[in-house]
Design a protein around this ligand. Structure first.
Ligand code: XMP
Length: 325
């Protein structure tokens, strides 16, 4: 029978056998897959592993700090923190089309990844948190026709975009490739990853940038990040985080009139998107208590400068999508 302990032991043996004394690069995303992967590799090869975290500036409030801290303090794994926030924001300025945003972020990611991996490298292997369903999906695209080995042509966290340059086509190391998501979660839990990572809701690669409709600006990012933080706080306070597939805030690029004290306000609306789903392919808007909506709405309007209205999205998927972009 399959046990996490046996898997970890076998994975470590396999990594050591494959890597030898070579160097491995891993791009952390903050999710359960890349975190578990980092742990396994670090156990197996210690400082032959370089973990890199590229901060695009589109993560949720406090998440980059928490991730780096967790790795340092709990796992004693050093993380190369790459602060690319300015770069990403500059590159996305003026772009309003959802797919153009994704492309722009994806290309920027590849560029940063490329220069950072040259700066920190050279590396022989790229570790990816490929899971069994991904292996099936990319069966032929990732195989070197000469050697039959799987090679990196894309970065998994940004699978919807751009490829790696030819001379950066690392050999792949994919210790999770036989696992399904729930097995990764079990392994993650068994090695001491906190529940907030193990059971984290899906979070899109382009992050908050696709939850700000229209143009992404520093001001809008700050507003959305604060509103989103309140949504999560209230849901956690109720102990219902796991009732949702995703639960988040979206910022609309329009403004409406409101009143605060004896002042007229003219500010952004925030949309609450709380959905249940099995796999993200279809989703149902969540019938949450009015009191929860009320608390979230009051807090956002009172605490987040620049927001004067909160609306609840009652559209299921289909016909709506989960994200607004
Ligand atoms: P939609 O909005 O299409 O989302 O109903 C379905 C699931 O996919 C996630 N999603 C993304 N994930 N990059 C990602 O890594 C993306 O560009 C992206 N767009 C949507 C979304 O959060 C939901 O879980």
């Amino acid at each position: 029978t399959w046990t996490t302990a046996a898997f970890v032991e076998e994975a470590i043996r396999e990594i050591r056998g494959k890597v030898g004394n070579k160097r491995v690069l891993l791009a952390l995303s903050g999710g359960v897959d890349s975190s578990t992967l980092a742990f396994l590799l670090h156990q197996a090869i210690g400082d032959q592993l370089t973990c890199m975290f590229i901060d695009q500036g589109f993560m949720r409030k406090l998440e980059p700090e928490r991730l780096v801290k967790l790795f340092h303090e709990q796992f004693h794994i050093p993380v190369q923190y790459v602060d690319a926030r300015e770069r990403f924001l500059t590159s996305i300025t003026g772009i309003t089309d959802p797919e153009a945003k994704r492309k722009c972020i994806g290309h920027e990611f590849i560029r940063v990844f490329e220069s950072e991996s040259r700066r920190l490298g050279p590396f022989d292997y790229l570790a990816q948190g490929t899971l069994y369903p991904d292996v099936i999906e990319s069966a032929d695209t990732n195989v070197d026709p000469q050697t039959g080995e799987r090679v990196a042509v894309k970065i998994k966290s940004h699978h919807n975009v751009g490829g790696l340059p030819k001379d950066l086509r690392f050999k792949l190391i994919e210790p999770l490739r036989k696992l399904f998501k729930d097995e990764v979660r079990r392994v993650g839990r068994s090695i001491g990853l906190p529940e907030e990572i193990v059971q984290r809701h899906p979070f899109p690669g382009p992050g908050l940038a696709i939850r700000i409709l229209g143009e992404v600006t520093a001001e809008r990012l700050e507003i959305l990040r604060d509103a989103d933080y309140i949504v999560r706080q209230e849901i956690n306070r109720q102990g219902i985080y796991h009732d949702f597939w995703q639960a988040f805030a979206v910022l609309l690029p329009v403004r409406s009139v409101g009143v605060m004290g004896d002042q007229r306000t003219y500010a952004y609306p925030i949309v609450l998107r709380l959905v249940s789903s099995e796999d993200g392919m279809t989703a149902d808007w969540s019938r949450v208590p009015y009191e929860l909506l009320e608390t979230i709405s009051n807090r956002i309007v009172n605490e987040v400068q620049g927001v004067n209205r909160v609306v609840y999205d009652i559209t299921s998927k289909p016909p709506g999508t989960i994200e607004w972009e």
